[in-house]
Design a protein around this ligand. Structure first.
Ligand code: CP
Length: 305
C-alpha cells in the first residue's frame, strides 16, 4: 500500500503485519539503544486542520524516533486562513517534496482527495466522521497485548457512534480480526444504516455490556451536532456514562478503553477512567508504537525506500 487512508481496504494479513511490527516498536520506543534511523533523511509533514493532542504529538514523536525530519504545519497561522484551499495547500506542500504527509481534516473523504493530488505517502489521521485508522490499530494492539488475542472477544463500542470515525475504523478492524462487535448507543446517536451491517445494537447499557470483554467508550462529539441533538450532560451520564455500576454488567475481567480526549462525568466517570480496569494510558503509549510501524511500513514503499 502506498497510503494509509482507512482500515477499509486492509486485509486481515495487512492488519496483523502492522500489529506485529508495532509490537516490536513498543520496545524500540522504550529503549533509546534499540532505535534505528529507518526514516533518516525522510521529510514528514503533519497537516492538522482539526485540533489534536494525542495523534499529532504521537505522529511527531514516532517520526522523530525513526530519524525523520518532522515538520508540524501550523494550520491556524497558515494561508488556509487567507482562503487557500485544501488542494492548493496540498500542492504547495507537495512542491517541497515531502516523503509522508499525515493529515487530519473535518471533512470525510478530504484525505482521499488530497492523496490523489500529491506524490508522497499520505496517512489519514482522522477525516470527519469517516475513519481514523491509526486509532483502530493502536486500540487493536492494546487489546492484543492485554488479552492475548482479538478473535472471539466481545467488544462493546458505546456512546456517540454517529459522529465517531474511531467507532467506524474499530468496527471494520475488529470484525475483520474475528471479534464480536456490539454497538451501544441512544437511537439518535446510532447511524440508521449500521444495524443493517449486522452488528448487534443496544440502547441499554446493562444489556449491551453483558458478557463484554472490552468496553470501549466514545466522547460525546458536541462540536459535530450542529445544535440538532445536544443531550443534557446529566441525563446522558445517567443512562450512558460508564461508572462502576454499569461496568459491573460486563465480564469481571473486562477492560475499559477510550480514545481520548475524555469528558469526565459525561461518558465516563473518573474512578473508572483511572481505575484498575482502564487501558486508557496504555492506549496512548501504543499510539506511538503503531505510528512508528505505519510510518516505517509506508517508507519502505517510497522510492529509495
Ligand atoms: N484519539 C485522538 O484522536 O485524540 P486527539 O484528537 O487528541 O488526537
Amino acid at each position: 500500500h502506498r497510503h494509509l487512508l482507512g482500515i477499509e481496504g486492509l486485509s486481515p494479513l495487512d492488519i496483523q503485519a502492522l500489529l506485529d511490527l508495532a509490537d516490536q516498536k513498543v520496545e524500540v520506543s522504550r529503549q533509546i539503544e534499540k532505535r534505528k534511523s529507518s526514516l533518516h533523511g525522510r521529510t514528514q509533514i503533519n497537516l492538522f486542520f482539526e485540533p489534536s493532542t494525542r495523534t499529532q504529538s504521537s505522529f511527531e514523536i514516532a517520526g522523530k524516533r525513526l530519524g525523520a525530519d518532522v515538520m508540524n504545519m501550523a494550520v491556524a497561522s497558515s494561508s488556509v486562513k487567507k482562503g487557500e484551499t485544501l488542494i492548493d495547500t496540498a500542492a504547495t506542500l507537495n512542491a517541497m517534496r515531502p516523503d509522508i504527509i499525515v493529515v487530519r481534516h473535518h471533512a470525510a473523504g478530504a484525505v482521499h482527495l488530497l492523496a490523489r493530488k500529491v506524490d508522497c505517502a499520505v496517512v489519514n489521521a482522522g477525516d470527519g466522521a469517516h475513519e481514523h485508522p491509526t486509532q483502530a490499530l493502536l486500540d487493536a494492539l492494546t487489546i492484543r497485548r492485554n488479552k492475548g488475542r482479538i478473535e472471539g472477544l466481545v467488544v462493546a463500542i458505546c456512546g456517540d457512534i454517529l459522529h465517531s470515525r474511531v467507532a467506524r475504523s474499530n468496527m471494520i478492524l475488529l470484525a475483520a480480526m474475528g471479534a464480536q462487535v456490539r454497538l451501544v448507543a441512544p437511537t439518535n446517536l446510532l447511524p440508521p444504516g449500521f444495524a443493517r451491517l449486522g452488528f448487534p445494537t443496544f440502547t441499554n447499557m446493562r444489556q449491551g455490556l453483558e458478557g463484554a470483554d472490552i468496553v470501549m467508550m466514545l466522547r460525546l462529539q458536541r462540536e459535530r451536532m450542529n445544535g440538532s441533538f445536544v443531550p443534557s450532560v446529566k441525563e446522558y451520564f445517567r443512562f450512558y456514562g460508564l461508572d462502576q455500576e454499569k461496568l459491573s454488567y460486563a465480564k469481571p475481567d473486562a477492560l475499559v478503553m477510550h480514545p481520548g480526549p475524555m469528558n469526565r462525568g459525561v461518558e465516563i466517570s473518573s474512578d473508572v477512567a483511572d481505575g484498575a480496569q482502564s487501558l486508557i494510558r496504555e492506549q496512548v503509549e501504543m499510539g506511538v508504537a503503531v505510528r512508528m510501524a505505519v510510518l516505517e511500513a509506508l517508507a519502505s514503499h517510497l522510492p529509495n525506500g
